[in-house]
Design a protein. Structure first.
Length: 298
């Protein structure tokens, strides 16, 4: 198995904005493609997948359009084992969760485009219904920020940023003392509260207590319930990137993040945001530019 950071994964997991392909009105020609896509989906996919009706043998595809671009999805549909064996972390996580992979589908370009258009179309229907069924609210919602570790030790913590500190979004620093962090309170166990319309500035901290340097890569965040992302509940800039992070021995690494909740309602209430962190070896980071933070002022 290829143990390097897969380039397919690097470029393919893109969180689409709410505008775009998902919201286009279909022309007559596109409507024909959607019909063809539905026919193929019923023949090849519906036994294992739904779009908005819950997981079956495989995952629900209702938010596929917001998790991956069409290039990644097409590659996975036609050759899932190949994508898994490439080292793609998301594909490997699916394989671990469901315990099997689907057979290669071998769709041609027109068939694949039609299937993807059908998935986009059904996703829009699911979202429209969910939004119409949801009432307005100004209550506080609980948010849990969690970490899933792969070959990496969990020494992450979350703090509220000091409002008087001169901080910029995605600033990333190193310091040798916890007292130098530009923070106020710690959000114990990653638990915090937000209200619709709020943007909360937080500081994500990782401490490397070991005598060895640490290298890690972070996948795009996963939000549950996933529908909550559709109303703008997410990190404005996530921790993911094309270059691994580097933390020297004994240092505190920290990054400035903004968590936003736009609108006046959330679809399904409280949320969990999970990041998967992959520890990397020296061999795995060869050929990549390290994301080296600046030194913080003491």
């Amino acid at each position: 198995m290829n143990t390097s950071i897969p380039m397919l994964f690097m470029r393919a997991i893109i969180l689409f904005p709410l505008a775009g392909i998902l919201w286009l009105n279909f022309s007559p020609l596109q409507a024909q493609d959607v019909a063809l896509g539905e026919k193929i989906f019923i023949e090849k996919c519906v036994a294992c997948h739904s779009i908005g009706q819950g997981r079956k043998i495989g995952p629900d595809l209702k938010m596929l359009s917001h998790m991956h671009d069409d290039e990644w999805t097409a590659a996975f549909i036609n050759a899932p084992k190949q994508v898994i064996d490439s080292g793609d972390p998301y594909a490997q996580a699916l394989f671990k969760e469901y315990g099997l992979h689907m057979p290669d589908q071998d769709l041609d370009d027109h068939e694949m485009s039609s299937v993807l258009q059908f998935i986009h179309h059904e996703t829009k229907k699911h979202i429209d219904k969910t939004l119409s069924d949801t009432g307005n609210s100004t209550q506080k919602y609980k948010v849990l920020l969690t970490w899933k570790m792969d070959a990496f030790e969990d020494h992450f913590s979350i703090y509220e940023a000091d409002p008087e500190a001169n901080l910029n979004l995605t600033d990333t620093f190193l310091t040798d003392s916890l007292s130098n962090l530009p923070v106020t309170q710690e959000f114990i166990d990653g638990k915090l509260e937000m209200v619709p319309g709020e943007i909360k500035r937080i500081v994500v901290v990782y401490h490397n207590p070991s005598a060895d340097p640490k290298y890690f890569f972070v996948t795009p965040d996963r939000i549950e319930p996933i529908e909550n992302r559709l109303l703008g509940f997410n990190f404005i800039e996530c921790l993911c990137g094309n270059d691994p992070y580097y933390v020297p021995p004994g240092q505190y690494w920290y990054r400035i993040m903004d968590l936003k909740m736009t609108g006046d309602k959330m679809i399904l209430g409280d949320s969990v945001i999970e990041h998967t962190v992959y520890g990397l070896t020296l061999a795995q980071i060869k050929g990549y530019k390290l994301n080296t933070p600046n030194a913080a002022a003491n």
